[in-house]
Every structure is written in C-alpha cells, then in structure tokens.
Design a protein around this ligand. Sequence first.
Ligand SMILES: [Zn+2]
Length: 414
Amino acid sequence: MQKCYKENIMKKCKILTLITVLFLMLNVCKQTSPSIELDDFSFYTPSQEKTPFPLVAQRTVKNVILMIGDGMGFTQIVATRTLVLGAQGRLTIERLPVTGVIDNYAADYFVSGSAATATSLATGYKTIENMVSVLPDGTPAMTILEAAREKNLSTGLVATSTITHATPAAFAAHVTDRYSEVEIAGQLLESRINVLLGGGRALFKSGISGYKYKRTDGRDLVEEARKADYAYVETKDELMQLRAENGHVLGLFSDGYLINQGSEPTLAEMTDAALEILSQNDKGFFLMVEGSQIDWAGEDNDINYLIREQLHFDLAIRSAIRFAMDDEETLVVVTADHETGGMFISVEPPNQLDGKIDIQWGTDEHNGNVVPVFAYGPQAERFMGWYDNTEIPKKIANILGIPDFPQKMTSKLD
Ligand SMILES: [Zn+2]
C-alpha cells in the first residue's frame, strides 16, 4: 500500500517535471525562433545623418534622374533599414524630403507586371500585361526619355538586369511582347540613347548563350554601336577609364543580368559614370536608373538577396543626391513599379522595440499594394500626395517644359 502510494507520487512528479520542461522549452523557442541569419553588408556605409535632406528653392529644372526600385514596396525599405541599421536608423532613400504614394494597376489587371507598370511610368498611359510602351491596340506611346531627347537633352538608362529588360526597355523601345529582348536591343541602339549601362551581351552579339534569350541573326550590335560612335565597355575598369567627352557609351557587363561580382561595376558606380557623361550637355539630361533585382529577391522570398539589392539601390540614390546637391538644377524622383513578395515584418515578443525581427512573405509574386514615391531637388514638392503612376512622367514633362505629353506616336506596331 505504502509502496504503491510512493510510486503514484513519483509518477505524478515525473509527469509534472515533464510538463514543466516542455513548457520551458516552448517558452525558450518562442523567444528565439524568429531570427534571421544575415549576410555581411559591410559594403554599405550608413550615413551619420538621419534628418531629411533640405527642400530646395523653386527654380528651373535642367536634369531629371528617375530611379525605379523594381518590386520595392514600403516594407522592403523598412525591413532593410531595421535589420541592417536598427529601427532608429535611416537609409538614404528615407531622407528624401518629399514623399508620395502611387497606384499601379494596369489597363487589364489590378496586379500587374513590370512591362505594363513601367509603360505607365515612362509614357503616362495604362497598358496591358507584357506590353512595352505601346497601348493595348498596338499604338506606340512616346516615352518621357524620347520627349527629353526631342528637346535636345542627353538621355541614359542604367539597370542591373539586362538593359533590354521590361523596365529600361519601356523608356526607349516599343514592342507588344516584353520577352522579345533581341528586338528591343536593336531599338535601344537605334534610339541614340547617350548612355546604356547594364547586362545583356547575349542580346547584342550573336552566338552568346549566357542568358535565356540570345541573338541568332548573325548581327553584332556592339560593332554597329562602335561604328555609330559609341564607346563600348565590358568591365568596371573600362567604365572608370572613360572620359566624359564620350557622348555615347554602351556598357554591357554581363551576358545576362549583373551579379555584383568580379569585374562588374555596382549600380552606384554605373550611376556615377552616367552622371559624369550626361552632365556634359549644357541643355540637361534625363536618366533612368533601375534597381532591377529587388523584384527577383521578392519572388525568391530571399531576405538577404533583398537587403543586398535594396542597399545597392540606396547607394545609387546617394550618388544621385550628391550630384543633385552639388548641381542645384537636378530633380531626383525615386519610386517603384509594384511590390513583390507581400512581405511583412513581425517582432517577437511583439510588444518589444528590441525584440527579434522576422520577415514573413505573403506570396512569391507581385501584388496590388501601393508603392512609394520620394523626391529631392527643385520642384520636388510636386510629387507629394497620392496619385496614379501615370502622373509621374506627366509631372516630369511639365517640369521640363515638354508640351503635349502624354502623346501617341503615329505608326502602329504589328
Ligand atoms: Zn517590376
């Protein structure tokens, strides 16, 4: 009887101990599980200043730098800042003094792709999925870059994707299918853009197979570009050795897209080089710079890839702001085409400012979230508020004194 009682007590003790251990284990897990192993981001030097850059006196704008973070929503920015600099840090993008919001639905889908949304940012018109600066009926629409060129401004496109990818293509090519990158390469060259920097040798030279599409018609657009007075560069060193007197530059640093390694220049280095070349024109310039792969990191739900791309984009923004501060006649507008990944930030425990941060993803595709606009420079205030993405190029045209924009072009494409 006595023995049985003791055994019962011991059994109960063991069960209680087990429950206690399990409870403690669960609690420990709760406090430590949401954590992220971060890569080394020491290439990014945080700015000591956290206050907004000053508003600039109203005056005529000579140059416009439009910067597009592909797939960059508000959370991509806040997550990068919080994980790399802490909640109280500030990325360069967050210091631009004017902020706005744009809707980004297309003519056919509420959640759209880069071709249709970039078309809106470039032409001021809505179009349908996969179309590049043509209206749904196939009519080409003039882009803000083409309108600036008409006004004798110099023009430039910089991207970390192939330079023929949907976003850069939308500023100077007109095709009904974004994936016809070989055709886009020819159109980019014909459009006499002063500076083209990015990836995509496989689209310009025949017989290169480092990308999903390749040129097979025997043409060598690099050679054709050289004959048309373009300086051609393939490495960061060659880009750095370029002198500003080169009026036309084609820089293809990879067969496909850039991977931030080896002899490739960074997005900020390409931006600096483009600014040096374009600023030789006394009449001014229009430059579009794309952080192309923020979108792909969102599709991969890869937080380290996303932070790296967001920080490289931030350094390119820093280059643009540095130039604009010095020049005083340059307007910088930073925005996105759509958001990718549906990311959100959770913190554990939720009521702690210094809790452990975790990133959750809602999708591996694009979504219908609104995206931010930031502006610095003379007339930056015109980008305040909440408006449609088609307003961006219309505002830029108006600021540059370009009449009749948006504008349909006369010929229809097949
Ligand atoms: Zn996109």
